[in-house]
Design a protein around this ligand. Structure first.
Ligand SMILES: [Zn+2]
Length: 288
């Protein structure tokens, strides 16, 4: 098994913790050659790696969790056209099932979870860390300057997956989104800096949860516009993306072009301009 070296900076760049305060994403994520991404037989497999002390029963529970999550994520976002190396690390923090997770898309596609070995399958299934991390992998890395949008993407899609899993109802989803996104409003009142620039400042001040939900607002509005103008959901765009574009695109510019071309509209780039070009405070016109 590959020996990994975990150092303190890694902890600072972990992507998602199960606490309400969501941590920052890994920053060293780069997309890998698409040739090495393609699955041998066209079926995406999860490959298991355990770091720490896990009994056979505990390992079976963790594998069962990830196989259920694979089904749920692929149901909502489409089958991913690559294998995923799943790493389970024994967490020293036993207060939650999954203390945090992160992904890498370098030589291999990897998802890492820091788990409580005693966590039950039920507790693991109700945790948002796995839908969040696996959502990240449905697209190439958005780039450091668009970390706010990448985290918004995973935050939005993780809850869409959890609606399909029956963990939230559509009504609870709507209530949660209007509440969580509204809670970020007071941080985005700048009349000169863009939403994107304000997000970068908030990351520096460790307001991770604010940026995650602020960024999720982009996808919440995009999903509404898609339903109004194209009678489709954003998750359908992500499903189509897996087959047309996931292995082709290299950077966020490619991703944005692909999203627009899937719907034959400039909806995604037009909306992004409001977040990146205009003042942050103007973004709220979209929500009122
Ligand atoms: Zn994340």
């Amino acid at each position: 098994m590959k020996q990994l070296i975990f150092i303190l900076p890694f902890l600072l760049f972990a992507c998602a913790g199960s606490e309400e305060q969501e941590a920052s994403t890994t920053t060293n994520d780069t997309e890998i050659d698409s040739d090495s991404l393609i699955t041998e037989d066209g079926v995406s497999e999860f490959l298991w790696n355990f770091e720490g002390e896990f009994t056979e029963t505990q390992q079976d529970t963790l594998k069962a969790w990830q196989l259920e999550m694979q089904k749920a994520v692929y149901y909502t976002l489409g089958d991913y056209p690559f294998d995923i190396n799943v790493f389970f690390h024994e967490s020293t923090r036993k207060t939650s099932s999954v203390s945090f997770g992160h992904t890498t898309r370098k030589e291999l596609v990897e998802v890492h979870y820091y788990v409580n070995p005693n966590a039950s399958l039920d507790a693991l299934m109700g945790d948002w860390t796995s839908p969040h991390e696996l959502s990240h992998l449905s697209a190439p890395f958005f780039g450091k300057s668009r970390k706010w949008l990448g985290e918004g993407y995973a935050t939005y899609l993780s809850r869409r997956i959890m609606v399909d899993m029956g963990i939230f109802t559509e009504e609870e989803f709507e209530e949660m989104y209007s509440r969580k996104i509204n809670d970020t409003r007071e941080f985005y009142t700048d009349t000169e800096k863009s939403f994107s620039e304000v997000s970068a400042n908030l990351f520096e001040e460790y307001h991770y949860g604010t940026v995650y939900w602020g960024g999720a607002g982009y996808f919440y509005i995009a999903d509404q516009l898609l339903q109004e103008k194209h009678d489709m959901r954003f998750t359908e765009v992500v499903q189509k993306y897996q087959t047309c574009c996931r292995l082709e695109d290299k950077n966020f510019g490619d991703i944005l072009t692909s999203w627009d071309s899937i719907i034959d509209d400039t909806l995604f780039s037009d909306l992004l301009a409001k977040y990146e070009d205009g003042p942050a405070v103007k973004v709220w016109d979209l929500f009122d």
